[in-house]
Design a protein around this ligand. Structure first.
Ligand code: AMP
Length: 172
């Protein structure tokens, strides 16, 4: 995945000092690379009978929506607090930088549906863990969590132990 990795831009000290932000917009503007990322993620789950792709605001939407389309699955957005209009379930969580609250519509997933969670990047795993808990709180079954980028040195996988985790581009 070295050719894809080269398309991701490091932005030091964004959004706060000490964080090296992985900027995926430089990958997205290369049409072939965007297609390859979505195709590779879809291939990983092609035989997993995914019913629902749950994607995390906001960069998760960029990859989650075409993945849902390719897997012929529903698309469900998980959003930051206060954005969703109908009744929600909520979960507070810790970020690599700060804390936040995620929300999902309470009727977004049916009991027993097979759910794939998608985000652009796995850092400490707090965001993904909170999302898995939201999905399970309404009866969804998490079949996997998929990320374009994984910051392995932050050990996000440990926070997601028990769940199958897939990532395309790894930083050790
Ligand atoms: P975490 O909960 O620590 O796994 O953080 C993951 C979420 O924060 C994802 O939605 C990422 O988009 C974002 N994020 C965290 N760290 C970074 C980073 N270094 N570069 C880009 N996005 C990040």
């Amino acid at each position: 995945m070295e050719h894809l990795k080269q398309l991701i831009r490091d932005i030091p000290d964004f959004p706060i000092p000490g964080i090296i932000f992985k900027d995926i917009t430089t990958l997205l503007k290369e049409a072939d690379a965007f297609v390859e990322v979505v195709d590779r993620m879809a291939a990983e789950y092609a035989d997993q009978a995914v019913d629902v792709v749950v994607a995390i605001e906001s960069r998760g939407f960029i990859f989650g929506a075409p993945l849902a389309y390719k897997l012929n699955a529903s698309f469900v957005p998980v959003r930051k607090f206060g954005k969703l209009p109908a009744q929600t379930v909520t979960k507070e969580y810790a970020l690599e930088y700060g804390t936040s609250t995620l929300e999902m519509h309470v009727d977004a997933i049916q009991e027993g549906q097979r759910v794939l969670i998608v985000d652009d990047l796995l850092a400490t795993g707090g965001t993904a863990r909170a999302t898995a808990e939201l999905v399970e709180s309404v009866g969804g079954h998490v079949v996997g969590l998929a990320f374009v980028v994984e910051l392995c040195f932050l050990s996000g996988r440990e926070k997601l132990s028990g769940y199958p985790v897939f990532s395309l581009i790894k930083y050790e």
